[in-house]
Design a protein around this ligand. Structure first.
Ligand code: DQA
Length: 148
């Protein structure tokens, strides 16, 4: 029997408001719709996902630490914590798990403060600017990485 690989999918602060939040930047797709399309892709790929959105940095750190027990990779949109959080970066580094950073918007074409990511140096890679497809591309890339 082969044991299914499991990926932790994390959404940072304010992403619970997707669909109504600044639709000109983030689009009209809700977080629930994104999670549903990730679940479909995961099922097609024979991978399990565990999904969490939190507005709290500590809860995200706890979830990342928890992934050490039963996940093989992390897909994360750290949202605003991308640009501020040494704690999230350290947690990802501590797990030693491959992490893919995703963003709906192209953070490199926005305000200067969004152009620096504390997460990117400890991630396998970063995908941004493709709206909800950033998540799907990120999950695909992570799954390929896990198959290596
Ligand atoms: C974001 C980009 C961040 O700069 C911002 O704080 C977010 C969303 C994105 O997905 O484009 O909350 O991570």
């Amino acid at each position: 029997m082969t044991v299914k690989k499991r990926v932790l999918v994390l959404h940072g602060p304010n992403l619970n408001l997707l669909g109504v939040r600044e639709p000109g930047i983030y689009g009209s797709t809700t977080l629930e719709e994104i999670n549903r399309s990730l679940a479909v892709l995961a099922a097609e790929s024979g991978v399990e996902i565990r999904t969490l959105q939190s507005n709290s940095e500590g809860a995200l750190v706890d979830a990342i630490q928890g992934a050490m027990d039963d996940c093989q990779g992390i897909l994360i949109n750290p949202a605003a914590y991308t640009h501020t959080s040494v704690a999230l970066r350290d947690a990802i580094a501590a797990t030693g798990l491959p992490a893919v950073e995703v963003h709906l918007s192209n953070i490199h074409s926005r305000e200067a403060f969004r152009q620096h990511s504390y997460i990117a140096p400890v991630a396998v890679g970063q995908i941004c600017g493709f709206g909800p497809d950033s998540y799907l591309l990120g999950l695909r890339a992570l799954i390929k990485r896990l198959e290596k």
